[in-house]
Unconditional design. Structure first.
Lengths: 315, 275
């Protein structure tokens, strides 16, 4: 599937501008990466509603929290890694503890800050954000979903984390029903295996499911754009039918979508599982697609893990 | 390593390092040329004159330590270490910067270059690490010193000022911080984003000895490092006045070249200027 058009971060920057008129209470904050996050687009048009705090992520998040207590709707932007790590205490003990309507937009997520290397790659953000009470975690799969995620987050009463890719990715949901927070999107009906995917690898899972179908393996394909709160009902319905689940995400296999699914199934519907994701290690510099593949995220990897699950071979 | 005092020789090394930076980032088609070029004289003065270190024995216990807290300026560190002759920073591989499998990762990474003292890249942490090293040397009764290079945008991080407070309170006088005061950060000019002035007064108020060398004048840097060495009872910060992109006309003082690599035509032009 070809990645065409603008990057996801550009789409997000444009979405901020697009929603500015209908959301006068929306404020945008950035920590010296507005040229990268593309909030520069908003900042240029709405300088009075834009605050660049400098390289000071923790400060930014709590300033946003203060704004949110007064009826404003701040959207906080920096690299996913720095929101979730430099700002972890601020997110937990102020934003989440007070259940404030702050949108946390984590850009350059996953391995997409590929050339900067391991110090910048964010493959643990979902695990951290997911462990915060009151937090909603949305992982869009394309530019359409990233825009819809922002719109939906601005309607919510509590904090929302939105995960954003640095690069252009295939557009999947132009003509689909809009993303709904908390709802799984069923992309394919099948009986042999459930694949639960979020984010950029969604297009790979679609490709893999097609190849598996040609080989006689039918996949129940679920796009889980909201990792928290996860759509338990849709997940259980699928797994009760297939009995096997492969999770796929651009995230460490520790505590992300795979963890979220396993926590539910372990309690409600134990099933054979396997996990496609980044192994528990630091990655490195290189081209995005090559890195994804080297660190275990590719159509081939999904296909082969799916086969092993269905054929009962231990992974 | 034998110390080079001769200014002309140090300037020639600096010119060579600048050429490396341009070629490396050009070949990588990404990276941070501006903040690498502004720190050239600082690193050349440290590695070729001021610091006690031995490229043939990178784990020598009594070596001075260096931390590039502003890790995105990795190209300058790689080029300087390569010119020093460290075995794990080969000159002939500099142009593999940021390529899959290269030792020259986007930010300094000890997994690939064990001679580095610390992997860095997340801004704001290096001063604390340096102070930890300084305390360790003092506890061991050792004379080695620790040098840490900070960006001016970087010192907007709160942790820097936590470290500054600690360093003065605990009289960690074997640590020298160098602020590469090029007045530009990622999003533009520091004065437009989060002004730092009065910067020298801030450090003084935190209890530091402040020296303000011209960061492109090696003699001025040598003098400043000597003053730091002579300062007892408190740590020293060099506020090195620099120009982002120094040495390449179209990069100088141009925020664009914070994180954008030169095109092949720009590389050619830059190398002409640095001939
Ligand atoms: C904690 C953290 N936040 C954000 C970034 C992204 N970033 C990389 S360089 C940079 C600007 C740094 O400016 P400065 O310290 O002045 O560097 P220099 O001008 O020396 O290149 C930013 C915000 C980062 N690497 N780490
Ligand atoms: Mg700077």
């Amino acid at each position: 599937m070809a990645a065409a058009g603008i990057s996801m971060r550009e789409a997000f920057g444009q979405a901020l501008v697009g929603l500015a008129g209908s959301h006068p209470e929306m404020m945008v904050l950035d920590a010296d990466v507005s040229a990268s996050s593309r909030t520069v687009l908003f900042g240029k048009q709405y300088p009075d509603r834009f605050f660049n705090v400098g390289v000071a992520e923790a400060n930014m998040i709590d300033i946003a929290a203060g704004m949110a207590t007064c009826g404003l709707r701040p959207v906080v932007n920096t690299f996913a890694l720095f929101i979730t790590l430099k700002g972890a205490d601020q997110v937990r003990n102020i934003v989440c503890y007070n259940n404030l309507p702050v949108v946390l937009a984590g850009t350059y997520a996953g391995l997409s800050d590929s050339f900067d290397g391991a110090s910048h790659q964010s493959v643990l953000d979902v695990a951290i954000m997911r462990a915060m009470p009151n937090m909603t975690v949305v992982v869009p799969a394309d530019n359409v979903e990233v825009r819809q995620a922002l719109e939906a987050a601005l309607r919510r009463d509590g904090p929302t984390y939105i995960r954003i890719c640095r690069n252009p990715t295939p557009v999947l949901f132009e003509d689909a029903a809009p993303l709904e927070i908390g709802r799984i999107r069923k992309l394919r009906d099948g009986a042999d295996l459930t694949i639960a995917v979020c984010g950029i690898p969604t297009y790979m899972a679609i490709e893999a499911a097609g190849r598996l179908a040609a080989a006689g393996i039918s996949v129940d394909l679920l796009e889980v754009s909201t990792v928290k709160p996860i759509d338990e009902a849709a997940l259980l319905e699928s797994v009760r039918k297939t009995g096997k689940v492969l999770t796929v995400e651009e995230h460490t296999v520790v505590g992300g979508l795979g963890g979220a699914v396993a926590e539910i199934l372990g309690r409600r519907a134990p099933a054979r599982m396997d996990f496609v994701g980044v192994p528990d290690c630091f990655a490195e510099s290189g081209p995005y697609m090559e890195l994804l593949s080297k660190y275990g995220i590719s159509t081939q990897e999904i296909e082969s893990r799916a086969r092993q699950l269905v054929e009962g071979v231990a992974a | 390593m034998r110390k080079t005092k001769d200014l002309a020789q140090l300037q020639a090394i600096a010119r060579g390092v600048r050429r490396h930076i341009v070629e490396m980032t050009g070949a990588a088609k990404s990276g941070h040329p501006g903040g690498s070029l502004s720190a050239v004289e600082t690193l050349v003065t440290l590695y070729f004159d001021v610091m006690n270190h031995d490229p043939a024995n990178p784990r020598w216990a009594d070596r001075d330590r260096f931390i590039l807290s502003k890790g995105h300026a990795a190209p300058v560190l790689y080029a300087v270490m390569a010119e020093c002759g460290y075995a794990d920073t080969p000159v002939d591989q500099l142009n593999t910067l940021r390529k899959l499998g290269s030792v020259y990762q986007g930010h300094p990474d000890r997994r690939f270059i064990p001679s580095l003292e610390a992997s860095t890249g997340s801004l704001g942490q290096g001063l604390s690490v340096a102070i930890g090293m300084g305390l360790a040397a003092r506890l061991d009764g050792k004379a080695w010193r620790t040098y840490v290079v900070l960006g001016d945008g970087e010192i907007q991080e709160g942790q820097i000022w936590e470290a500054a407070m600690f360093g003065a309170f605990h009289k960690v006088d074997n640590v020298v911080a160098i602020v590469d005061y090029n007045r530009i950060q990622l999003d533009g000019f520091v004065k437009d984003i989060m002004e730092l002035e009065p910067l020298a007064d801030k450090w003084r108020a935190f209890g530091w000895q402040v020296v303000e060398p011209d960061g492109h004048d090696i003699a001025s840097l040598q003098k400043a490092f000597a003053e730091a060495a002579a300062t007892k009872g408190k740590p020293t910060v060099l506020i090195a006045h620099t120009i982002k992109g120094k040495g390449v006309s179209f990069m100088e003082n141009n925020p664009k070249f914070h994180g954008v690599a030169p095109t092949p035509a720009e590389v050619e032009q830059a190398l002409k200027e640095l001939a």
